[in-house]
Design a binder for this molecule. Structure first.
Ligand code: FAD
Length: 447
């Protein structure tokens, strides 16, 4: 009998209402935690078997943290939850009329559906950008970038000509939001404190870090004081910030900017936007700007028993006419709200409306440097902001083990600047990438 015959979802029948959750990100995780498993059967689908703490992806990419420090295995997270079933499957389609979700291993009926499958990178239709740039949306993305960076540093050690070294080492980061700013800061610290010791033969003054932002400010959306401070700190750290410009094309070797500038680089990091990843089958009238429109109970407007949370949902309020911000807190708060209130919904009891509580914004720039906007829009920066940033990020990591790992890594890095994750374990080969091809071919990595 073929090994994979007889595969099904293998979810037991139940007399309890079945809640299917799509996505074990912030929204799905908090919804599942807060659902009462004595009242519901809970089924969680995710295309990965771990929760990704996306705010620290840039540290994995820049060799500050190991990947497993920011990934929480979903089965372990819910090992004590009764009546809970995790299945490592991508939901391919939803039939809201029949109340079915479809996967490659079969379909499943739901009574309630919680859609929390987040966003994906948005390349705005630029196929070359999609093919050649490095997005940062998942752990595999971050590991690809880490390998690429380490490979190019190794390659630079084989090159004598300073102009060629510069072309190899130069990095372009597209998008001056928190991810772009944090990545630029981390790369600048790597360049100053770590790489010269690892590669004494390479002149790292040839490593130019360009951060390209289409608007007037970095960290658009944060208080003006924070935007200005991020700009000042990064420029002081030697990051070349290019404002009011976009990368109009990239072929894997040269980035062309709308201001006419061209930059030779084999590493272009794409942090310029995401878009909702709407699963096929949902009604077009429920979708707006690639997101699912929800009401004050986080229910998809016009649907029967479907809720949407976090990045995939658009909840318009007077304060947020374009929807809540695409950050972790709305996902966490919506997940908690739906998880806690589903019993009331089931019993047709009156519900209080969901209210988003803005806890402020944070972005780090480097060691001891961060900016913090309080909910009242007061802003400050520096060491205190950095300590708050570190505390908040550690608190929201998914498990105690991850918190300990990250804390130890940070203390070690703070004291020594020696980030210990610069191994090329899985070389990255991009189509048309001469650097990676040469490294892999010369060293027979694939054997
Ligand atoms: C690089 C980066 C840095 C960020 N930094 C910050 C920050 O500093 N602070 C902050 O507050 N926010 C930050 N964010 C935003 C924050 O991470 C998101 O807003 C938050 O993760 C949204 O949670 P979510 O549950 O909606 O989706 P996600 O956390 O993205 O989770 C979606 C889940 O759904 C799964 N999935 C997707 N499609 C399917 C499918 N078809 N079938 C099954 N499973 C599926 C995915 O595997 C994933 O586990 C950052 C995001 C990125 C990418």
């Amino acid at each position: 009998m073929p090994l994979f015959s007889g595969i099904s979802l293998n979810i037991p029948d139940t007399d309890k209402p079945r809640v299917v959750i799509i996505g074990g990100g912030f929204g799905g995780l908090y919804a599942a935690h807060n659902l009462d498993s004595s009242k519901f059967q809970i089924v969680l689908f995710d295309k990965r078997n771990y929760h990704t703490f996306q705010p620290l992806l840039y540290q994995v990419a820049t060799a500050g943290l190991q990947a497993d420090a920011i990934a929480g295995p979903l089965r372990t997270t819910f090992k004590k939850k009764k009546n809970f079933f995790f299945r490592l499957l991508r939901v391919q389609k939803i039939d809201p009329d029949e109340k079915l979700v479809f996967t490659s291993s079969g379909s499943l009926h739901y009574d309630y559906l919680i859609i929390a499958n987040g966003c994906r990178s948005n390349f705005y239709g630029d196929e070359m950008m999609e093919k050649f740039s490095f997005p940062m949306k998942s752990i595999p993305d971050a590991l690809n970038l880490r390998s690429q960076l380490m490979q190019t540093f190794e390659m630079a050690g084989l090159v004598k000509d300073p102009a060629k070294q510069r072309d190899l080492l130069s990095i372009v980061i597209v998008g001056g939001g928190p991810t772009g700013v944090e990545t630029a800061g981390a790369l600048s610290e790597l360049r100053k404190h770590v790489l010269p010791k690892d590669y004494p033969d390479v002149d790292f003054s040839n490593m130019h870090i360009h951060l390209v932002q289409s608007g007037n400010f970095l960290l658009a959306g944060m208080a003006e004081k924070s935007c200005k401070r991020a700009y000042a700190d990064l420029t002081k750290m030697g990051v070349e910030v290019i404002l009011n410009s976009k990368v109009s094309s990239y072929d894997g070797y040269t980035a062309t900017l709308t201001n006419g500038q061209t930059i030779a680089t084999s590493t272009l990091i794409w942090s310029a936007g995401v878009k909702g990843d709407v699963i096929p089958g949902l009604k077009p009238e429920w979708i707006d700007h690639n997101k699912l429109v929800v009401d004050n109970h986080c229910k998809v407007v016009g649907s029967d028993g479907i809720f949407a949370l976090g990045d995939i949902a658009i909840l318009r309020t007077d304060k947020y006419p374009n929807g809540l911000p695409g950050v972790a807190q709305p996902a966490i708060q919506m997940g908690t709200y739906v998880g806690k209130n589903l019993c009331k919904i089931q019993n047709n009891e009156p519900l209080k409306d969901f209210k988003y509580f803005d806890k402020g914004s944070l972005a780090t720039i480097g060691k001891g440097k961060a900016v913090c906007d309080l909910p009242n829009k007061k802003a400050f920066g520096g060491l205190l902001a950095w300590m708050i940033w570190a505390f908040v990020h550690i608190t929201f990591l998914v498990s105690f083990k991850n918190r300990v790992k990250v804390f130890i890594n940070w203390v070690w890095n703070y004291l020594t600047y020696d980030t210990g994750n610069r191994l090329i374990i899985r070389p990255y080969i991009r189509t048309n990438d001469r650097v990676a091809e040469k490294i892999v071919k010369d060293n027979e990595y694939s054997s």
